[in-house]
Ligand binder design. Structure first.
Ligand code: SF4
Ligand code: SF4
Length: 299
């Protein structure tokens, strides 16, 4: 997620051009008594991560797909149509659906972008490096008076105070996948329609993905340890972590989930049976057609 992903671009970028590390300090404080309270939630453009979806759908005790349909809108993350989700706004405005006069109604489960604000997080990879790096930037928007408050903290302290650690932990692998997809260029290429659908399923629809992994078809193809399978069945965080392995395998061919040895042969045999059945049906249809033609000659 880049700082630009957090809010709509404005003519003069609010992102301060100074890169911060975890130990760097910045001046900012947000609190209920501040004159601009809730102002930042009245004009939102918030991209959701897989862990944001998980926390919010659990908060409302809804199946993921139902919560997604109710409280989010789709967008494409890149020119290849990688599916993304943004938080919905109230009818006819840019105000967040969760905003109330008392403040955020989902505060304990608010998305990662809300927690980071007024910091932006950018993941990047230097040319000569194989590892991704996180960099932080201050996002200074005119309406936000928190920058004038006499309070300083390090980025590390701010992340902890905002409860970002479990979010970053759960989303790290997903951010890496997005970064690899973006920076891979033609070497990775455009994913197939099926891969895009699987990306959506594994990233956001946690209940749909669980049903997919537990299905006989999946288990026939992939060899999963019984312990892992049990954890996937009962623990959302384990499932999310497995979903990231699955995405790496689907998008980049990184084979970390073992395939069953005989799966390919069985699938091929089933495919052949299907083709033969289709051919038999087509031949029967042709024969019936011919019979009808000769019958009409008798008339
Ligand atoms: S989820 Fe809460 S903090 Fe985030 S924009 Fe909506 S009301 Fe504001
Ligand atoms: S200080 Fe900034 S982040 Fe806090 S309520 Fe005001 S506008 Fe929002």
């Amino acid at each position: 997620m880049t700082p630009e992903d957090i809010r709509d671009p404005v003519p003069v970028s609010p992102v301060q051009p100074v890169q911060l590390g975890l130990a760097d300090k910045f001046r900012f404080r947000c609190h209920k008594g501040i004159a601009c309270f809730n102002q930042c939630c009245r004009n939102i453009d918030i991209m959701l991560t897989p862990y944001d979806v998980l926390r919010l759908k659990r908060r409302f005790d809804l199946p993921a797909r139902e919560w997604i349909d109710r409280d989010t809108r789709d967008f494409q993350m890149d020119g290849h149509g990688m599916p993304g989700l943004k938080l919905k706004t109230k009818e006819g405005s840019n105000e967040c659906i969760y905003l109330t006069p008392e403040g955020c109604s989902v505060y304990e489960d608010r998305p990662s972008a809300c927690r980071y604000y007024a910091l932006g997080l950018m993941s990047m990879r230097r040319k000569e490096s194989a590892a991704d790096e996180d960099a932080y930037f201050v996002v200074k928007e005119a309406h936000c008076l928190g920058h004038q408050e006499p309070h300083e903290q390090t980025v590390r302290e701010y992340r902890r105070e905002q409860g970002l650690e479990p979010y970053d932990e759960a989303n790290r692998e997903w951010r890496r996948i997005i970064l690899k997809k973006r920076s891979g260029g033609p070497a990775i290429g455009k994913p197939s329609q099926k891969s895009l659908e699987l990306f959506f399923l594994a990233s956001y629809d946690v209940d749909g993905f669980r049903a997919f992994v537990m299905s006989p078809g999946f288990q026939e193809l992939f060899e999963l340890e019984p312990g892992l399978l049990r954890a996937i069945a009962s623990d959302d965080e384990t499932l999310l972590s497995f979903a990231m392995r699955f995405l790496r395998q689907t998008l980049f061919g990184e084979m970390s989930i073992p395939l069953r040895r005989d799966a390919a042969a069985r699938r091929l045999a089933r495919y052949k049976d299907k083709v033969e059945a289709t051919e038999r049906e087509a031949a029967a249809r042709r024969a019936a057609e011919q019979d009808r033609m000769y019958d009409s000659l008798d008339d």
